[in-house]
Every structure is written in C-alpha cells, then in structure tokens.
Ligand binder design. Structure first.
Ligand code: PGA
Ligand code: ZN
Length: 422
C-alpha cells in the first residue's frame, strides 16, 4: 500500500515578489510532487486566512510559520495515510485546524498540502491531474477570460474597474480561442502605444495606462478587436470585474474615474447602460460583498441578460453560495481554491453551483506562480470558464499553456463557449 511518507515546505516567491508557500508531498513509492499557493490583493473579507509571520522579514509577509505547520503539525497527522483519498485527507486537515477559516494552521499551509497530495496521488497512478480529480467525465476546455486591461488594486492608474477581459466565444477549440485572445492583446498594445499611452503591465499582465474614465478601456478593446480582424459581440465578448468592494465607502460607490459617487441604484443603471451599448457578457463583483440589497437589484435588472459573477461575495464558500442561491443573488460564482482552503471544499462548492445552474469560473489570484494546478482543476470539474490573466507573463501563460497541452491530450475534449454565450 502506497502511503504519504513525508511533507516538506519551503518559502518561495510569488509573481509580485512576496513570499508564499510551496508544499511537497513524498510518497512511499518514491513519487515527489509539489504545489505553490497563490495570493490575492483585492481579497474578500470572508476568505480563509492567509497566515503571515508579521515579523521584520519581508515586511511581515513571511510564511515560515505556515511552512512549519506543514512539516510538523500536518505531517504528524498525514504521514502514513493513503494519498488516494482526497476527501479523507482534506477532512483531516479541516478537523486538525478546527476553525472555520483555517486561522490556526493557515489556509496557505492547508491548501499547499491539499494540492501537493492530489498531484502526488495522480503522478503515482500515472494519471494526468485533471483525470485523477475529474474522472472520465472531465472533458470541457474552459472558455478563457483574458484580462487585457488592469485597473483597481492591480494597477497604479486611476481606473476604478479592476479587470477588462475578453472572451473568445465563436471558436471551435481552445487553441483558436487563445490565438484570438493573444492577437487582440498584441493589437491593443500597438493601438495604445500609437496614441501615446504607456504599455506597462499591471499585476495580471494587462496594460495599465491612465484613461479618461472607466468606459474608455472598453472602446480601446473594441478597436483592437476589430483591427485584429475579429468581430466584437459575435466572436469576442467583454467581461468586467468591477471588484466594487474596493470602492464601496459608507454605502456609496465612489468612482474616481467618473468623478462621481453612485448610489446602488445609480450604479445598477450605469452597468445597465454599459450592457445596452457594449457586447458585455459578464460582470463580476458589480456590487460590494456587504451590499446584498444592491446585488439583488443588479440580479433583478441584468440577471437574465448577462452573467453576474460573485467573487468577494461568495469567496468560494458553499454556505454563502447557498444563501445567494436562496436569495436569488448573482447567477455565477468565481472559484478560487485559496479562498476556501482545500481541494475537496472547492469541489463541493462547484458541485453546489452546478446543481443549481449557477455558472462556475475557475480563477487564479493576482499574486500567482508557475504552478498551473487550476488549469487541470478547471477541466476536472468542467467549470466551463477560467480566468487566469493576460495571455502574457509566465505565471499567467503557465495556465493557458497547460490547457493547450490538455486539449491536445483529450480525445473527446469540448470547447463550449458558443453554447454558453449565444
Ligand atoms: P485578487 O483579484 O486575486 O487580487 O483578489 C482577482 C479578482 O478579484 O478576481
Ligand atoms: Zn474578482
């Protein structure tokens, strides 16, 4: 019987140069596999806790305690167990911590181990990770949401909306969809630079110049799309992540780019006018995580026209999602494993969403690494969509490139963007 022989942890760097956890699982059959935990900037209040040392190293952001928790407390419990029962492993992690948000061991320690064990198990069985986690039903290549203009907490410009993404929908496979995305990205770079804009990049690889307001980036993206030879609306849709909790102050939405404070009703009107005018297929965190009333208004107004995604709102938590389903709030959920803490809990949340016809979007964090776990995870769970930044910068392309590999390997792979966004 193969068992977990050892767990090793190391402090490594993420794409912003901050420390993060790399966990390695060593199995008794000699298999060694690692995973690196990502880290967000515009985090939801109810996310699982990212344990940081808080001392002088790395301005308090060190993760040596989380690493020690892996090598001592967690290893004590898991060494000797079978790596092939992910639910059992994850349950033990949950019980060992004992808090609802992993504030004892740190969700960064817990998720690192959860992912490393899954990857080691897959490797030792000679299965690709997506097949190990998803079984024979893992077939859907996700529609990418490519973030090509960055604002908000991910950039130094005065754009309030955090992410302007393109979704290549009218394509037969992932490879061609990604090509369209990359061609539009390159064309956008040319268009911006011709008009004297900076083409420096934000945290997720999108361009991050200053714009007149929050609408101008959409106009640039439409121009770049056409210049690259694609039809906006028909072939390419736009998706926004407002990350509006970041600009929600004292019950008002303060948009610096518009030079205006919006009430929830006015903000809903603003989004409705954008949807009227532009080919927008998806808005994420249109309303703040604490503004459930605003979320209800938004869902009533636009819920049957476009995808409304809860990120900070649901924080990949199945109990909060259940509340949202009951109250008729949003119609899609962003899935970030480090918001909830383990591979199994992430799967539970995805299943709950799918049973209730809420769309699911696997997602990276703004602080990422070369680890492409979420690419496999998206296919394993047939999430249908993935958000993993611009088609540029190694930590983002690692995921897209892994999906290219998976698509090549899959005999019955399906790219269902046309069906999802007709
Ligand atoms: P974060 O941003 O990783 O900084 O939280 C991603 C998002 O808001 O979707
Ligand atoms: Zn978001």
């Amino acid at each position: 019987m193969v068992y977990i022989d050892n767990l090793v942890a190391q402090e490594v760097l993420d794409s912003r140069g901050n420390p993060t956890v790399k966990a390695t699982a060593v199995l008794s059959d000699g298999t060694v596999a690692s995973a690196i935990v990502p880290s967000g900037a515009s985090t939801g209040k109810k996310e699982a806790l990212e344990l940081r040392d808080g001392d002088e190293r790395f301005f308090g952001k060190g993760v040596l305690k989380a690493c020690e928790n892996i090598e001592v407390a967690i290893a004590d419990e898991l060494v000797g167990l079978s790596p092939y029962n992910q639910a059992q492993i994850d349950n033990i992690l949950k019980e060992l911590d004992g808090t609802p948000n992993y504030s004892k061991l740190g969700a960064n320690a817990v998720l690192g181990v959860s992912m490393a064990v899954a990857r080691a198990a897959a490797k030792s069985l000679n299965l690709p990770l997506y097949r190990y986690l998803g079984g024979s039903n893992a077939i859907v290549l996700p529609t990418p949401m490519l973030n090509i203009i960055n604002g908000g907490a991910h950039a130094n410009n005065d754009v309030d909306i955090q992410e302007y993404m393109i979704m290549p929908i009218a394509f037969d496979d992932f490879k061609e969809a990604l090509r369209a995305g990359a061609e539009i990205y390159q064309t956008l770079k040319k268009v911006l630079s011709e008009e004297g804009h900076s083409t420096a990049l934000g945290d997720e690889g999108g361009f991050a110049p200053n714009f007149k307001n929050n609408i101008e980036p959409i106009e640039y993206i439409l121009r770049a799309t056409e210049q690259a030879g694609y039809k906006p609306g028909e072939e390419i849709k736009i998706a926004l992540d407002a990350a509006s909790s970041e600009f929600y102050k004292d019950g008002k939405y303060v948009l610096e780019g518009e030079g205006k404070e919006f009430t929830k009703e006015e903000l809903v009107d603003f989004y409705a006018s954008l949807v009227e005018k532009y080919p927008i297929a998806s808005i994420e965190d249109g309303m703040a995580e604490d503004d459930w009333e605003g979320w209800k208004l938004l869902t009533q107004r636009l819920g049957d026209k476009i995808q409304l995604v809860g990120d900070d709102l649901f924080v990949t938590n199945k109990d909060i999602l259940a509340e949202g389903i009951e109250k008729g709030v949003a119609n899609a959920i962003l899935i970030k494993p480090n918001q909830i803490g383990t591979v199994s809990q992430t799967m539970e949340t995805v299943r709950l969403a799918q049973r209730n016809s809420y769309r699911t979007i696997m997602s990276h964090r703004s602080g990422e690494s070369e680890d492409a776990f979420i690419a496999d995870f998206a296919v394993a769970l047939n999430t249908g969509q993935i958000k993993t930044g611009a088609p540029a910068r190694g930590e983002r392309t690692a995921k897209y490139n892994r999906l290219l590999e998976i698509e090549r390997d899959l005999v019955f792979g399906e790219y269902i963007a046309k069906e999802l966004f007709k």
